[in-house]
Design a protein around this ligand. Structure first.
Ligand code: RP5
Length: 157
């Protein structure tokens, strides 16, 4: 695996349309990342291998998206001490309510930072904020983004 700072994992290719929003944010901030399809239930061994490979490649933050009984972020958390951000995906009969609870309700000692249902953009921005702790240029870019958001709102008047 080439050098990366963020690994995006998602449980299925059906999650891809949502997670493209996370990729767009990381592209906008020029963050090197890799996206892989890995499932906590369907490909458990390959999921653990991806975590090890990503850490060897310099990964600092994991973004894990899954729907239904969404255990991907929790499993990744169990295998790394890097920050893990969970994205509950709206899929299946409960449209993300199940994934939200499965992702956010981690046992004490196993933290997953969970964004809202389909919150791929916020997941990526949180990853950038984590990386910005040791990167003044990224911090400046984030501040500029906040200013742009405020200006856009005010321009709506
Ligand atoms: C989860 O089950 C995936 O993350 C996806 O959101 C959901 C449905 O998967 P597919 O049946 O579309 O592959 O594991």
């Amino acid at each position: 695996m080439r050098d990366i700072q963020v690994l995006i994992l998602m449980g299925s290719t059906s999650d891809r349309p949502v997670m493209e929003k996370a990729e767009a944010v990381l592209d906008a901030f020029s963050i090197p990342y890799k996206t892989m399809i890995r499932s906590a239930h369907r490909t458990p061994e390959a999921t653990v291998q991806a975590i090890h490979d990503a850490e060897d490649a310099g990964c600092q933050v994991f973004i894990c998206a899954a729907g239904m009984a969404a255990h991907l972020a929790g499993v990744v958390c169990s295998k790394t001490v890097k920050p893990v951000i969970g994205v509950p995906i709206a899929s299946g009969a409960l449209q993300g309510q199940d994934a939200l609870l499965s992702t956010v309700m981690m046992p004490p000692g196993m933290p997953v930072a969970t964004v809202g249902i389909n919150g791929a953009k916020n997941a990526a921005l949180l990853a950038v904020q984590i990386l910005a702790q040791n990167n003044p240029k990224l911090r400046e870019q984030l501040l500029a983004d906040r200013c742009a958001q405020a200006e856009a709102i005010l321009a709506e008047d």
